[in-house]
Design a binder for this molecule. Sequence first.
Ligand SMILES: Cc1cc2nc3c(=O)[nH]c(=O)nc-3n(C[C@H](O)[C@H](O)[C@H](O)COP(=O)(O)O)c2cc1C
Length: 182
Amino acid sequence: MTTPRIHVLALSGSLRAASANTRLLKIAAELAPAGMSVELYEGLGDLPHFNPDLDGDDPPAAVRRFRERLQAADGVLVCTPEYANGVPGMLKNAMDWVVSSGEFYEKPTCTISASPLAIGARTAHDSLLLTLGMMTAKRVDGGSLTIPLVNKKLSAEGGLTDDATEAELRRLLEALAAACGS
Ligand SMILES: Cc1cc2nc3c(=O)[nH]c(=O)nc-3n(C[C@H](O)[C@H](O)[C@H](O)COP(=O)(O)O)c2cc1C
């Protein structure tokens, strides 16, 4: 067995227990190429509402934990749904906490959006990319994937049933591994 040398932190834009986006990140962990581990970060819902007044020398513990896990990661994989044509507030809140502290600076970052609708949460995805660009995250060639009609591509047990999506996910993970290794 290969010991993972590339560690990726996975961020889901959904807090739902039965989230398709979180499920996709767990599938990504299973499909990760040899040498790469994908860890789902479970603490996004614990972050307080972003307030610059709280972001002094002693930020909230949940914020410190999030920043430490990002710092320790070689790369980041974000998978998000869309709410009302935007990035879910919880995910945008998490991003706001790391604008000034700079954890995304040149961090290889791949993005996935998934929605039960045919548009595949593209508006939220584009907005997320703008935010990551502002934070100077490292864009990965082939590192963005939009998954429309996601409910038709996951089984009741949560497995991926669409071969084309699985192939796209594998390609994205390979691209992330290459970007983290370079
Ligand atoms: C209040 C609300 C607003 C939504 N707005 C959008 C939207 O603008 N675009 C879209 O593609 N899906 C929208 N959806 C559908 C979500 O994408 C869907 O609930 C999705 O499954 C959530 O992702 P999850 O399964 O990972 O929790 C909305 C859902 C809710 C409850």
